[in-house]
Design a binder for this molecule. Structure first.
Ligand code: IPO
Ligand code: ZN
Length: 421
């Protein structure tokens, strides 16, 4: 009798399982996030844990952290994201891995960097940068934020989220015009319908080396975000995509031709574990694309603190961060630069960092004074004061970054020229 009841119960459970399409996925997360996860489901157990050595190759801020590898039901992820956001004032806070094997690899730390990646951080393109900087206009950024936050939401599974990706692709195609060295593509992800968008300006003579400037196109209001949820995501992260769109506009309108290849990316599915950028960074690593630097703009338009731009020191590359501080000093001397940390893989820069690529994350405020409206229906332009002057500073820094790193040719060629003289 007991046996029969158990069998029926099991059959019901498995039926319920198919109806809900509950999918186990592998995630990694820090100690605090793990404890919150166990509050949501006490049955969950870490498959593997690793204590990060205080002076490992990982950047500071990641020190002393235990990282856990856990299999969880995919349907639990939005609730986990919420719990982390509410309790730790973090969002995301975990990384989704496509397989146990890849999850294990990630726990071993950032993949070894490709051997050739050591760009010169010389600042020597003053003429171009100073000509282009004044062309960046906050009114254009404002317009893009308005359009993107006008979508009901940009969640990675909704029709609106799909439409927002298509809209960015069509805007970026307009910027590209008829230039044959500029392409716009949508990167399809296997597990959800929202595509990432990539605009590429092909390098003239050092095209294999690539710069990535990215932000995420999706938005969320956390647990249960669906077709009818209102998630304007004006700051998180319409602002970052808008800052980048303005940089692309000015570079293309001026017919700037980089020597290295420059890629602008609007990532899908950041809010659910950096999934879009993780797919792309892994693909690039697999194809041995020489990414000499990745810059992430996620939240650029809410000034929460006295300083203008905060460089996040964890999950980022210290040398590239110093380069950004030097760019600000050289080109934007009125801006105050601060430093802060997330304490976890808080945005898409962490996806590039995890693959061993140099990544940086200039952010709108310190961690402690960050925008309190994100992940709610109040993340509107009004909550950022109906302006885009703060976001403009990030366009300026990103343009200087794109031109200074984008204008470098192959080192061997440069020395050959020197020999001939
Ligand atoms: C984010 C949020 C707050 C802070 I401080 C730093 C970074 C990233 C935000 N876009 C997010 O929700 N990531 O999941
Ligand atoms: Zn967010």
């Amino acid at each position: 009798m007991l046996k029969l009841r158990q069998t029926i119960l099991l059959a019901m459970l498995s039926l319920a399982g198919t109806a809900q399409a509950a999918q186990p996925v592998w995630i990694s997360l820090g100690e605090q996030g793990y404890q919150l996860l166990r509050k949501l489901d006490a049955g969950i157990k870490s498959q593997e844990s690793r204590k990060l050595a205080p002076n490992s190759a990982l950047a500071k801020g990641e020190a002393d952290e235990t990282v856990h590898l856990v299999a969880v039901d995919e349907a639990l992820l939005p609730r986990l994201s919420d719990a982390i956001h509410e309790n730790l004032r973090h969002c995301g806070g975990f990384i989704v891995h496509p397989s146990l094997q890849e999850a294990r690899a990630s726990l071993r730390g950032p993949a070894a960097a490709l051997a050739t990646l050591a760009p010169s951080y010389a600042i020597d393109n003053q003429a171009t940068v100073n000509k282009l900087l004044p062309q960046l206009q906050d009114s254009n950024i404002l317009g893009t934020i308005q359009s993107l936050s006008g979508y009901q939401n940009r969640f990675y599974t909704t029709s609106h989220g799909v439409n927002a990706s298509n809209w960015i692709a069509s805007q970026w195609k307009q910027l590209a015009g008829s230039r044959s060295d500029v392409t716009v593509e949508q990167f399809s992800h296997a597990s959800w319908p929202q595509k990432s968008v990539i605009l590429t300006i092909k390098g003239t003579d050092n095209a294999a080396e690539t710069l990535v400037l990215g932000g995420h196109l999706d938005s969320t209001v956390g647990n249960g975000t669906g077709e009818n949820s209102r998630a304007p995501g004006a700051d998180d992260d319409a602002s970052g995509v808008a800052s980048l769109t303005e940089v692309a506009r000015v570079l293309l309108a001026s017919n700037y031709q980089p020597r290295r290849t420059i890629k602008f990316m609007a990532y899908a599915a950041e809010e659910v574990g950096l999934r879009g950028s993780s797919d792309i960074a892994k693909r690039f690593k697999q194809q041995q694309v020489k990414v000499v630097g990745a810059l992430q703009l996620d939240m650029t338009n809410y000034q929460g603190d006295a300083q203008d731009i905060f460089l996040f020191t964890d999950y980022t590359n210290a040398a590239q961060n110093t380069f950004l501080a030097n760019l600000a000093k050289a080109y934007l001397p009125n801006l105050k630069v601060g430093y802060s940390q997330c304490g976890y893989a808080c945005s898409d820069h962490a996806s590039w960092h995890a693959q061993g690529y140099p990544a940086s994350f200039p952010f709108e405020s310190s961690f402690d004074k960050s925008n309190p409206y994100i992940h709610s229906s109040s993340d509107t332009l009004a909550s950022s004061g109906n302006q885009a002057r703060h976001a403009l500073k990030f366009s300026q820094l990103a343009l200087a970054y794109a031109v200074e790193l984008g204008s470098d040719g192959p080192a061997a060629k440069a020395s050959k020229v020197a020999e001939l003289r």
